[in-house]
Write a protein that binds this ligand. Structure first.
Ligand SMILES: [Zn+2]
Length: 438
């Protein structure tokens, strides 16, 4: 009883504080944007009549396979955007990709050969906007999911939502600005990377460099059901390769040192790092190893995914990974017969809202209301390049792309009408942000 009383006393002021902060935040964020001016109304109407064009461009892009490792396909997508952006007055250059090396068992190759990225920019007399998208998808050329389909207001295909649809939205917002002579005066860069689906391991440095040279960041990832995302978890990935000693499973079992057995111990330790309460989750998503049923496995490897809400939790998890990778659980530690190679990369910091990014979010929502779009706000466990740019100080709004679901699966689809809606939202948002410095 005593405990309950003191709890109640504590809770009451806390409740008031919560109510007060809710009220305060409501009034702070009830940003009201001026109604659309004549040019904005013209852009909105013009975009309304472009749905057919947007759809045929998206169909063309979707039917080009651009899985992250398909350099030729990604280059083809880059060429289409390079041409379009040049026509809008942008200077276009390509930023070199590179080979990212990761440890692997003999015979496997996890080195990642990243295609070049595309940077287009134009100078102008406004605050500096950085528009971002990724050209790659998770679907390799061998995937059965390859082509664009449309049925009524639903379109499906690899990348319609994640995020070729978003790149079409971005392009048409710029085209609308150009059509009504508003693009000339704007200072805008477009960065389309080719490795987002692998964690932007090569493009990160370009994203961060560009983020430091701009005032506002807009990312055209899919928006799920049509909301805007405010906050995101951080992401990490790790690979561990365990080396043991091969031996005949019958004739000389005792001479073998099973890499699979050792990896199994490590997997349990790794999986046990998941803590739903703190929001940290770890997933051993890929495992392989061994040579034959009757051979003690000389090598085994695992690929691991990490999600974390706070930057510090990422650091702690990365240290714990190293501890687990370096410890030997299955055989005497000092025998030296079991070794491990590993690679750990915290590739996306958490996206933590700032007053500037909240301002940007509310500005987008307020413009949405002017356009008759009620945009909800969600948080996400998935990361985007917006997490990278926001972490180096660029107020960034992501999920400005089409309303879509089922990303990374053959159920990927998006709402056709969101192409025009989102392009209208972006055209007005870009126009108005250009006049403001955070
Ligand atoms: Zn994406």
């Amino acid at each position: 009883m005593k405990n309950n009383h003191s709890e109640t006393r504590l809770r009451t002021p806390a409740l008031w504080l919560l109510l007060w902060s809710l009220l305060a935040s409501t009034s702070a964020t009830a940003q009201v944007e001026p109604t659309l001016d004549a040019r904005e109304r013209e852009m909105v109407n013009w975009l309304q009549s472009r749905e057919g064009e947007m759809l045929s461009l998206l169909e063309r892009l979707t039917n080009i396979n651009s899985g992250s490792l398909n350099k030729a396909g990604i280059d083809e997508i880059a060429t289409i955007f390079a041409d379009e952006l040049r026509q809008l007055g942008f200077n276009v250059s390509s930023l070199p990709g590179e080979v990212i090396s990761m440890p692997s068992c003999p015979g496997n190759n996890y080195n990642v050969d990243v295609a070049d990225h595309l940077l287009a920019s134009k100078a102008g007399d406004s605050s500096r906007l950085l528009l971002m998208g990724h050209m790659d998808t998770v679907f390799p050329p061998e995937s059965p999911f390859q082509s664009f389909r449309r049925q009524g207001d639903i379109m499906s295909g690899p990348g319609v939502a994640d995020m070729k649809g978003g790149m079409v939205v971005m392009l048409y917002a710029l085209k609308a600005l150009q059509e009504f002579n508003a693009l000339n005066e704007l200072s805008v860069s477009v960065l389309l990377n080719s490795d987002e689906e692998m964690g932007s391991l090569s493009s990160r440095k370009y994203l961060e460099e560009q983020a430091r040279q701009h005032d506002w960041g807009l990312v055209y990832e899919s928006s799920g059901t049509g909301n805007l995302t405010r906050q995101r978890k951080g992401l990490g990935q790790a690979r561990v390769v365990v080396n043991g000693r091969a031996s005949h499973a019958g004739g000389a079992h005792e001479q073998g040192r099973s890499a699979i057995k050792e990896l199994a111990y490590k997997i349990v330790e790794i999986e046990n790092m998941t803590d739903y309460e703190s929001g940290v989750t770890v997933n051993v998503g890929l495992v392989s190893g061994g040579e034959a049923r009757n051979t003690v496995a000389p090598c085994a490897e695992a690929f691991i995914d990490l999600r974390y809400p706070e930057p510090q939790q990422g650091e702690v998890a990365a240290e714990r990974f190293e501890e687990i990778f370096n410890q030997v659980y299955s055989y005497p530690v000092d025998s030296g017969e079991i070794t491990a190679e590993s690679w750990v990369n915290l590739h996306r910091p958490p996206k933590i809202p700032t007053p500037e990014s909240d301002y940007l979010l509310e500005k987008a929502r307020s413009i949405g209301r002017l356009l008759g779009q009620e945009l909800g706000v969600t948080d996400s466990g998935g990361g985007t390049d917006g997490s990278l740019t926001q972490a180096v100080g660029l107020p960034t709004q992501d999920s400005l792309g089409v309303a879509g679901t089922g990303a990374h699966s053959n159920r990927e689809q998006a709402r056709v009408s969101s192409l025009v809606e989102r392009a209208q939202l972006s055209a007005v948002l870009i126009q108005r942000l250009a006049a403001e410095t955070p």
